[in-house]
Design a protein around this ligand. Structure first.
Ligand code: AHG
Ligand code: MN
Ligand code: MN
Length: 334
């Protein structure tokens, strides 16, 4: 087992791929912010961090205490290092400009500070998802500056606060996983160049929405449920954690397919998950790990963003299985 620290890995990775020093510094800052969030999460009821606040975010969702704390930790941890020009998050209506007393850097940082927050009060894994873009130069930063498609990401990753706290990220040269060593409180490299198995017999979807899905997804899931007696001629297993981070992490470790598809519950919401700080960073990681990520018939990374909090349908994971879903969409096109 490697005992390379995050700092040692980053130094080597930077030299090997001629990466920008400020990008490397930013990853270290994000990792430090996630360690702070980890400390708050693990305190649970003892730290008085559980429960909800009497306020909603721009998504109309009631904010949990930890949503707001994690958001503050990300802002505080990343505004000072001179790496970012502005930040945007699930928990803020508009982007956050770096205060005048700090120097601005060349990157834009987007994040979901606490993903899976419905799970926090029941002690199930949650996480932090992040995406790094280049800030436009010679122009004022606005919300629109963030609306770059997923292929423009310079880095993406997540921290998962589970039985182990882990950090997975990619700088465009594979996906690497670090485990927080509890005694030294240090990120150590434990997962080198993670690859997602191309085939799987495990799907993740919130089945309670079955009646709201479109034809393609209904047929796909029905055929999985039919097992060896159906057209797929194999038995499937199902998992749904309701923390995207945890569901994606399982797929990173042992393959699988994750779906939060479009559904007809609310015409103003074409899916539940948000493009800029959930779907894009996860799709970047999944593609870097050899998997595939689509909204329906298009790669998520090729979707041109229209808004900071835009939602879309997400299907990602093992490449062959995601292709199978793409084929169902093709077949059920009107
Ligand atoms: P968040 O807690 O950041 O709002 O994200 C929650 C998301 C995602 O993590 C998860 O996959 C999905 O919501 C679960 O939704 P359901 O409760 O509808 O299953
Ligand atoms: Mn989320
Ligand atoms: Mn969240």
């Amino acid at each position: 087992m490697s005992t390379q620290t995050l700092a040692q890995f980053l130094e080597q990775h930077q030299a090997q791929h001629q990466l920008d020093a400020q990008l490397i510094a930013l990853i270290q800052q994000i990792a430090a912010s996630c360690r702070r969030i980890h400390q708050a999460v693990r305190q649970g009821a003892l730290g008085g961090v559980l429960g909800s606040l009497e306020q909603q975010n721009v998504q109309g969702e009631t904010q949990k205490k930890l949503d707001v704390m994690a958001n503050d930790f990300m802002l505080e941890g990343n505004q000072q290092g001179g790496c970012v020009a502005a930040m945007a998050s699930e928990e803020m209506d508009h982007h956050y400009a770096i205060p005048a007393e700090y120097s601005k850097g060349p990157y834009l940082l987007l994040f979901d500070p606490l993903d899976g927050s419905s799970n926090i009060d029941v002690n199930v894994s949650v996480g932090t998802i992040f995406s790094v873009l280049k800030a436009p130069t010679g122009t004022e930063i606005t919300d629109d500056s963030f609306l770059q498609n997923g292929r423009q990401q310079h880095a993406a990753g997540y921290a998962i606060y589970g039985p182990q706290t882990m950090l997975l990220f990619s700088l465009g040269h594979g996906v690497f996983g670090f485990t927080l060593e509890p005694n030294r409180d240090e990120w150590l490299l434990t997962h080198v160049d993670i690859k997602i198995a191309p085939e799987t017999a495990e799907f993740a979807i919130n089945m309670s929405n079955f009646r709201h899905w479109d034809e393609a997804i209904r047929h796909y899931v029905k055929d999985c449920l039919a097992g060896t007696e159906g057209p797929r001629a194999k038995n499937f297993n199902m998992r749904w954690i309701a923390s995207m981070v945890a569901d994606v992490h399982r797929i990173m470790m042992r393959g699988g397919i994750f779906m939060y598809p479009w559904d007809k519950r609310d015409p103003s919401k074409p899916g539940k998950l948000r493009l800029m700080y959930e779907a894009n960073p996860m799709s970047f990681l999944v593609e870097q790990a050899g998997g595939k990520a689509i909204n329906a018939d298009k790669a998520i990374l090729d979707v041109d963003p229209q808004g900071l909090h835009q939602r879309l349908s997400v299907i990602l994971g093992s490449a062959q299985e995601v292709q199978t879903v793409a084929d169902y969409y093709q077949k059920h096109k009107q």
